[in-house]
Write a protein that binds this ligand. Structure first.
Ligand code: ADP
Ligand code: MG
Length: 663
């Protein structure tokens, strides 16, 4: 028998059973081996009858002390007997199993296993399993598999079938070298698969799960590595010039601030990539406010001076406009032509940009998804950058690269993710981490409060505004089926405006507004013509107004930690002391615990790992978008040590195990 053989080649599986198993997706020998139990049943040492308690699932070692009775009830045939040990008696009851009448005889000893019920002062076990002492001894302390089933299929059928393919499982070859297994106390592959079905003990099962998680991770990482080797051997079609490298130093010297150590390293990494003999594929990871934009600008500058076009894609119109304004200013002295391209622009404007991209006149384009539409063609695209990467799917990222002849790829993520996740999500990339914040930053002061704190919050806002600072308020969210979000923002703004008094300029922003209108408001906010901006979460991504010092978030309990951290990241971007007020409206146990994390820490990496711990990886940052991560057993959080180990092994052995891991 072989892994690929049809399930009908297994003893006991004829056409009918094969059809049944087919309903569970089991068609081959391999399929049944990888059909893991959903749970396990454990048999324990028998206890005395008098020690059993209601609802407990136990074994008792008893003598049959009555004749077996069997009578037809209204719905069932009921078969029953009395059994007892030296401490008490207990009634055994079975439904629709009349054949048991001839099974048991007075005076025989059995071990009965089931859940105890107490009716009146009588103990009863309904539908107990029964074993001879010898048979039970064999079962004792083992764990019996419970498989996911569909109607017509019994657990027994699957258990028997797996039992019958045992020799195939035992002969699954080991691909890992002995020393790797020994050093890391890994169980062998075939033993792990056997233990998955028939665990000898909980310890062994845990080891089996570890090993299988390891295999799943390693297989994933090896596949990614294969992809990466394909791209990495891609030669550098767009090497940068000496002139570019020199001019870049001038640009850095002319900045109004000194780059942080992390920014410098990121720039060095990029210069290294762009002048090497292969393509760049790099992730810049840094907490909100760590200054990733300027690093992107330096990359665009290097690329443009070397004679290639560059594109920067961002997830929202508002952010595109802001980046466009900032970056065109910064690149102006270098006579680099920068253009904006967003869906909100008129067709005429867009056509003009398309034209300039095709002819090569436009050297840098900054925009939204509009950049990856079919109509955009480049003359010589050398570098593509995506900002706030977590908002884009992997496909969109690739689509941008396809616009050129293997352009360099740079990705900027404001969402700090734990290393274990980065390994998975960005397995095909090199990573630069900006750990430090610019030196002039004061860390944000946080408070988590209830709604009764609102009046004090408003007077605090007044104080900050009169000191010349600005404020964001994230509006409470509307319940579904209540009124629309926009109405809600408008009402809240009116209320707030009258609370704060006439001379404080309060304006609102929400997702339903026209792009042009949103942009105008943001411009006014950045130009200090607005003091307080009430907004929905549209401002979450990337907006930069260093003069804003207060962020007040209503209904903070409704957001995830990572998102709250992003929102908070809108303040504390300048040298003044900033504050974040989280209003916890519902004060549940869970929301208090989550918000406490934010109150105590401003460290995005720590927050991300807490978020992962509290929420589990399922929803984490839309992680599901990378569809390949279809692990059966492996869990990024519970098996994070296996993920790290798989990562190390994949570095040490490269793609050697490709195709050897049977999954
Ligand atoms: P993010 O990493 O969140 O994208 P930005 O690039 O928007 O951060 O930078 C936030 C603010 O910090 C901007 O106003 C930027 O000019 C400023 N900044 C960037 N680098 C430094 C630095 N090294 N020193 C001081 N301020 C800096
Ligand atoms: Mg940014």
């Amino acid at each position: 028998m072989n892994l690929v053989d049809n399930i009908q080649s297994v003893k006991g599986i004829g056409e009918k059973n094969a059809q049944l198993l087919g309903k569970l997706g089991i068609n081959t020998v391999k399929d049944i081996i990888f059909y893991y139990p959903r749970a396990y049943k454990k048999y324990s040492d028998p206890v005395s009858v008098s020690d059993t308690t209601e609802g407990e699932r136990v074994a008792v070692f008893c003598k049959v002390v009555s004749y077996v009775e069997s009578h037809k009830g209204r719905r069932y045939t009921i078969t029953s007997l009395s059994a007892a040990d030296s401490t008490g008696s207990i009634r055994m009851v079975w439904f629709n199993m009349p054949f048991l009448k001839s099974k048991f005889h007075k005076g025989e000893l059995y071990i009965f296993f089931g859940t105890v019920k107490i009716t009146g002062n009588m103990r009863v076990m309904e539908m107990p399993e029964y074993f001879t002492q010898f048979a039970y001894q064999k079962m004792l302390s083992t764990m019996q598999p419970i498989y996911p089933l569909k109607s017509g299929i019994t657990n027994n059928l699957i258990t028997r079938t797996v039992e019958n393919v045992r020799p195939v499982i035992e002969s699954i070859p080991e691909y890992l070298p002995d020393d790797v297994m020994a050093e890391n106390s890994l169980m062998s592959r075939s033993q792990a698969l056997l233990e998955m079905h028939f665990p000898e003990s909980e310890e062994k099962l845990k080891d089996a799960l570890r090993r299988i998680a390891f295999d799943e991770f390693l297989d994933f990482l090896v596949k990614i590595r294969m992809l990466k080797e394909k791209t990495v051997v891609e030669p550098n079609h767009h090497p940068i010039s000496e002139e570019a490298i020199v001019k870049k130093d001038g640009f850095i010297a002319g900045l109004p601030f000194e780059l942080t150590a992390g920014q410098k390293t990121a720039v060095d990494d990029i210069v290294g990539d762009l002048s090497s003999d292969h393509n760049m594929s790099r992730l810049i990871q840094g907490d909100v406010g760590s200054g990733k934009t300027v690093v992107a600008v330096i990359a665009l500058l290097l690329n443009a001076i070397s004679g290639y076009q560059g594109a920067l894609m961002v997830p929202t119109e508002v952010l595109a406009v802001q980046h466009f304004d900032d970056i065109s200013k910064m690149l102006k002295p270098y006579k680099i032509s920068v253009r904006l391209l967003t869906g909100a622009m008129s067709s005429k404007e867009k056509r003009e940009v398309y034209q300039e991209l095709k002819s090569g006149k436009c050297q840098v384009v900054i925009g939204t998804h509009a950049i990856i539409q079919d109509s955009t063609e480049f003359q010589n695209l050398g570098l593509v950058i995506t900002d706030e990467q977590h908002r884009f799917g992997v496909k969109q990222r690739d689509k941008l690269s396809e616009k050129g002849d293997s352009p360099h790829v740079l990705i900027m993520s404001a969402t700090p993710i734990p290393r274990t996740l980065a390994i998975i999500l960005y397995a095909d990339m090199d990573i630069s981490v900006i750990k430090d914040m610019p030196a002039d930053r004061k860390s944000i002061k946080n408070c988590v409060v209830g709604t009764e704190f609102r009046p004090s919050a408003y007077s605090f806002i007044k104080k900050e505004v009169s000191a010349g600072h600005q404020v964001y308020v994230i509006c409470p969210m509307v319940e579904e089926s209540e009124r629309s979000e926009s109405e809600n923002v408008i009402d809240y703004t009116d209320k707030l405006s009258s609370e704060l008094g006439g001379n404080i300029r309060v304006t609102y922003l929400h997702g339903k507004m026209k792009e042009a209108e949103k942009n105008e408001i943001l411009h006014k906010f950045i130009d200090k013509e607005i003091d307080v901006l009430v907004s929905t979460t549209v401002i979450e991504v990337g907006i930069n107004n260093p003069n804003a010092t207060v962020m007040m978030i209503e209904n903070a309990e409704r957001f995830g930690l990572a998102q709250l951290h992003q929102l908070r990241g809108r303040v504390g971007r300048g040298s003044a002391q900033s504050y974040c007020i989280f209003i916890n409206v519902k004060k549940t146990q869970d929301s208090m615990e989550r918000l406490k994390v934010l109150e105590d820490s401003n460290d995005g990496f720590f927050i991300a790992s807490e978020d992962l711990r509290l929420r589990g990886p399922g929803d984490f940052f839309g992680i599901k978008q990378s569809g390949d991560m279809d692990f059966h057993v492996a869990d990024i959080y519970t098996h994070s040590d296996m993920l790290r180990l798989a990562h190390d092994i994949s570095l040490r052995f490269g793609t050697e195990f490709d195709g050897k891991i049977v999954l």
